[in-house]
Design a protein. Structure first.
Length: 339
């Protein structure tokens, strides 16, 4: 099997990232065909190794150039600007944002150079990232720009995922819009945007070796009820669906969201395209709160992340679930192999 290289950023090292990594690799041995590069401050990782009594499982690199000639194993690279900083566990501080941003910069370098095949990102604090001088709303926009794609060309996708059971029915939801005000959503739901998200979602469905029609939500209650409750389904959503079908994509809809998710959760559809955040993620988090994965579709390489925040209040308690992190890691591995 060919050697694959996966990057993993610790995110905000004051949050749950280092703990999740340590708790997972306490039980998982390095893979014979994988080079895993953890990027972030070593002091934060060692803090959790000591807390949980886990032996060191990584080899530290002083430079990313040292990766040349390195085989399978788990490596840690600490961005030099982080070496003298402190990262108080469970605290929102600007140093945490600086660490998250610097780690992402180095991960992007590995991805752009072709050294790395994919990326798993641990949670960061968006406010601290911006205070540290990184003027991005979050991971998605940061990676879209730095990887040369543009934020309008990516699609946010979240899915339930069980690393131990790939066959069980799960909700998989792509979003036409991400975090705008609700009153701005109708203007952002365009034919072009819907079609672009359908193409990306179809690529993801194929990569996951799934089949069936992607179900498209209506924007309005009852999918507009033939125009009596709204005409976006007639003027915008249906034309986008027809255009997708003409391209050979398997698509169904528009379907009222209040019934669609019942059937999607049973496995009738491999994925759903929702028009806005809460329409799609309310049902998904109801069913998959502790095992959901955030996938950025449209990047030149796979990127996944646990679907939760920094969890400052849970750091060091041992109460934080690692299922979402494990699902994100497994998903990244599957997508890298699919490429």
């Amino acid at each position: 099997m060919s050697l694959k290289t996966l990057c993993m950023t610790l995110g905000d090292p004051c949050g749950l990232g280092p703990e999740l990594v340590v708790r997972h690799f306490a039980d998982e041995t390095p893979r014979a065909n994988e080079r895993l590069i953890i990027i972030g401050p070593e002091v934060a990782l060692k803090r959790e190794l000591n807390r949980y009594g886990v032996p060191q499982f990584h080899e530290k690199l002083d430079s990313l150039d040292e990766l040349q000639g390195k085989g399978a194993g788990i490596y840690l690279f600490e961005p030099p600007e982080l070496s003298r900083l402190g990262f108080p566990p469970g605290k929102a501080v600007v140093e945490g944002g600086l660490a998250a941003g610097a780690s992402l910069d180095d991960a992007v370098s590995l991805l752009n150079s072709g050294v790395a095949d994919g990326l798993v990102t641990c949670p960061l604090n968006k406010a601290m990232l911006q205070k540290a001088g990184y003027k991005f709303p979050g991971h998605t926009e940061f990676l879209a720009e730095k990887l040369g794609v543009g934020a309008d060309k990516v699609c946010m996708h979240l899915c339930g995922h069980d690393p131990h059971n790939h066959e069980s029915p799960k909700l998989r939801v792509s979003l036409v819009t991400t975090h705008p005000r609700l009153k701005d959503v109708p203007g952002l739901v365009t034919r072009q945007r819907i079609l672009h998200c359908l193409r990306l979602t179809a690529d993801f469905v194929r990569a996951m070796k799934l089949d069936g029609e992607i179900a498209v939500c209506g924007l309005n209650p009852h999918a507009g009820e033939s125009g009596r409750i709204g005409d976006e389904e007639i003027k915008t959503i249906s034309p986008a669906i027809e255009a997708a079908k003409e391209e050979g994509l398997k698509v169904a809809g528009p379907i009222p969201a209040d019934t669609l998710f019942h059937f999607a959760a049973k496995g009738d559809y491999p994925a759903v395209l929702a028009m806005y955040h809460d329409q799609g993620l309310g049902p998904l988090k109801l069913l998959h709160f502790s095992e959901a994965v955030n996938v950025t579709l449209g990047l030149p390489c796979p990127r996944t992340s646990p679907d939760h925040g920094t969890g400052y209040d849970l750091v060091g308690t041992g109460r934080a679930s690692i299922k979402s992190f494990q699902a994100a890691l497994d998903m990244a591995r599957r997508l890298v192999e699919a490429r």
